[in-house]
Design a protein around this ligand. Structure first.
Ligand SMILES: [Zn+2]
Length: 62
């Protein structure tokens, strides 16, 4: 069992697909607009989520 995160490039809908194996082309269809312009989203922890908002150098001039 595998869960794939998919996103429709046509309407922007993000949805999940459950399969017992590999994702097939038939699975890459938007449930909302039926577009096949769907790409797989890799739910890794890249970029987003890393809190790099430092609050250093907070003023103090003049
Ligand atoms: Zn769509």
């Amino acid at each position: 069992m595998a869960i794939y995160d998919l996103k429709c490039e046509n309407c922007g809908l993000e949805f999940e697909k459950f399969t017992t194996g590999f994702l097939t082309e038939d699975d890459k269809e938007c449930p909302q607009c039926k577009s096949v312009n769907v790409k797989q989203v890799y739910s890794g922890s890249f970029g987003i989520g890393s809190s790099c908002y430092g609050s250093y150098g907070g003023g103090g001039y003049s």
